[in-house]
Design a protein around this ligand. Structure first.
Ligand SMILES: Nc1ncnc2c1ncn2[C@@H]1O[C@H](COP(=O)(O)OP(=O)(O)OP(=O)(O)O)[C@@H](O)[C@H]1O
Ligand SMILES: [Mg+2]
Length: 418
C-alpha cells in the first residue's frame, strides 16, 4: 500500500472552522479506488464569521489558526497549503447556455473550455468570482444529453451549465486571512458540490437523488439524475434559525437554546405523546435559570422550523417536477440533520425515501472517525481533490493569482462525472 502526499481541507464560513488532514492509500490490487485516510481533525467555533461574511478579521484568523494547529497536531505533520470549502447565502448559482462553432470538426478540450467560457458570458458577474462551472449536458450538433464531448465529430457544440460564484471581496478576505496565518489556498470548492461526493454513490446519482445539507445559516440542495447535476440551490434557512426560535420562544440565551435543541428536541414528538411530556428543568443547563420548559413545546417550535425547511426543499423539487419522484430519495448531511427523528419527519413531508449520509460509512474513507454528517463537505472536497490529481500536483494556487482558479473552475466538472 502506498500513501500519497498529505492533503488538507478547511471548511470555512460556517458556525465552526473544520480542518481535515489526510492522505490517500493506494492498494496496488485496486489502484483506481484509493482510500482517504484521515489523519487529523481540527474543529473550532467560528466567531468572526457570519453567513459567509468575515465580521472580525482578527477573530477569524485566531480561530483559523487554532483549527489548523489542532489538525496538524493530531496528524503530527504540517501542511503548507490547503483547499477550502465555502457555503452560505453568498454563493450564487447561475444557469446558462453557451454555444460555439467547431472549426476543425473534432471537439477538443480547448473547445470544451471555450464553450464553458461562453456560458459565463451571458450572466452578470459584477463583483462575483466564478468558483466552478458544472455542465449539465452538452449538445453536439443535433445530439443532446452528451456527457463528455471531447473527440466527437461536430460542427457546433452547446452547453447547458451551472455556474457557481462567490462575492469577490468576501473571497479575497478569506484568502487574506489564510495568507496572514501562513497557508496558501490552492483551490476553492462550494460545499454544495462537495457534500454529495462524500455520501452519494454513483448508482444513486444515476437513478435520481437529492443531497440536502442542513448547515447553520442555510440549507444546500443538489439534485442528481442520470449521473449529472440537475439543480443546485441554497435555501437561506438553517440550524441557527431553529436555535433562535427556541431562544425567543422559551426566552433563554442562544447558548441555552442550542443545548435544548441538541439534547431535548424530538421532531416527531406530538400531542399524542402528551402523557409522556416532560418538564425540562433549565437550571440543569444553566444554574442561573429557575424556570422549566415542556419538551412538547420545545419540540413543536423546532418542528415548525424544520417543516419550513422541508417545505422549501419540496418547493424546489416541485419546480423540477421531481417532488415525491426521486427513486433514491433524499440524503441529509450537515449538523442540522442530527436533529432527533429528522428522517421520520422528512419522509412524511417529502414523500421520499430519506437517510442520513455519514461520510465514514463510505468504503473509501478510513482513519480518524468523521462520523458527523457535518463533515460531509470537507470529506467530499478531499475526495474531489484526489480525483483532480491532488492539491500538490494540480497547483491551482490562488496565491499565484485568479488564473489558477479559472483553470480549476472549468476542469473541475470532469471529476464529478461518474
Ligand atoms: N444534535 C443536533 N440536533 C440539531 N441540530 C444540531 C445538532 N448538532 C448540531 N446541530 C446544528 O447543526 C448546525 C451546524 O451544522 P454544520 O456544522 O453542518 O454547519 P456549518 O457547516 O457550520 O454551516 P453552513 O454550512 O451553514 O455554513 C448548527 O446550527 C447546530 O445547531
Ligand atoms: Mg456546512
Amino acid at each position: 500500500m502506498a500513501a500519497s502526499d498529505l492533503v488538507a481541507l478547511v471548511d470555512v464560513w460556517s458556525s465552526r472552522i473544520k480542518t481535515l488532514v489526510g492522505s490517500f492509500i493506494v492498494d496496488p490490487a485496486n489502484p483506481n479506488k484509493p482510500k482517504l485516510n484521515i489523519l487529523g481533525v481540527g474543529v473550532v467555533k467560528s466567531d468572526g464569521v457570519r453567513k459567509g461574511v468575515i465580521l472580525d478579521m482578527e477573530e477569524f484568523k485566531k480561530n483559523l489558526d487554532e483549527s489548523l494547529t489542532e489538525a496538524e497536531n493530531m496528524a503530527g505533520q504540517q501542511f503548507p497549503h490547503v483547499g477550502i470549502c465555502l457555503s452560505g447565502t453568498g454563493i450564487q448559482i447561475h444557469n446558462n447556455k453557451g454555444m460555439i462553432a467547431i472549426p476543425s470538426n473534432e471537439i477538443t478540450q480547448d473547445d470544451v473550455n471555450r464553450v464553458l467560457d461562453m456560458a459565463q458570458n451571458g450572466i452578470t458577474l459584477s463583483n462575483q468570482t466564478v468558483l466552478k462551472i458544472i455542465p449539465e449536458s452538452f449538445s453536439v450538433d443535433l445530439e443532446h444529453h452528451v456527457k463528455s464531448p471531447v473527440g466527437m465529430s461536430a460542427k457546433k457544440l452547446e452547453v447547458n451549465a451551472h455556474i457557481f460564484t462567490v462575492p469577490t471581496t468576501a473571497l479575497n478576505n478569506v484568502r487574506k486571512g489564510f495568507k496572514d496565518v501562513g497557508i496558501d489556498v490552492i483551490d476553492v470548492f462550494p460545499s454544495l458540490l462537495t457534500s454529495p461526493e462524500a455520501v452519494l454513490s454513483r448508482r444513486q446519482k444515476e437513478l435520481g437523488v437529492v443531497c440536502v445539507d442542513i448547515g447553520s445559516s442555510c440549507t444546500g440542495l443538489a439534485v442528481y439524475e442520470e449521473g449529472v447535476l440537475r439543480h443546485a440551490c441554497i435555501i437561506p434557512v438553517g440550524g441557527e434559525y431553529v436555535t433562535s426560535d427556541i431562544a425567543l420562544g422559551v426566552r433563554v440565551s442562544v447558548d441555552i437554546a442550542e443545548k435544548l435543541k441538541t439534547d431535548y428536541v424530538d421532531l416527531t414528538f406530538c400531542d399524542l405523546a402528551k402523557p409522556k411530556d416532560e418538564e425540562i428543568v433549565l437550571s440543569r443547563i444553566d444554574k442561573k435559570e429557575t424556570e422549566t420548559v415542556s419538551k412538547l413545546y420545545l419540540s413543536q417550535i423546532a418542528q415548525a422550523r424544520y417543516k419550513e425547511i422541508l417545505s422549501l426543499v419540496n418547493t424546489e423539487l416541485k419546480r423540477l417536477g421531481r417532488d415525491g419522484m426521486l427513486p433514491e430519495g433524499a440524503v441529509f448531511v450537515g449538523g442540522g440533520s442530527k436533529a432527533r427523528n429528522l428522517i421520520d419527519l422528512a419522509k412524511s413531508e417529502l414523500r421520499l425515501p430519506c437517510t442520513i449520509g455519514f461520510p465514514e460509512d463510505q468504503e473509501f474513507v478510513t482513519g480518524t472517525s468523521v462520523s458527523d454528517p457535518g463533515f460531509a463537505s470537507a470529506v467530499g472536497a478531499l475526495l474531489l481533490s484526489q480525483r483532480a490529481g491532488g492539491f500538490g500536483r494540480a497547483r491551482m494556487s490562488l496565491g499565484a493569482g485568479i488564473g489558477g482558479l479559472k483553470d480549476s473552475a472549468k476542469k473541475f466538472f470532469k471529476f464529478l462525472l461518474p
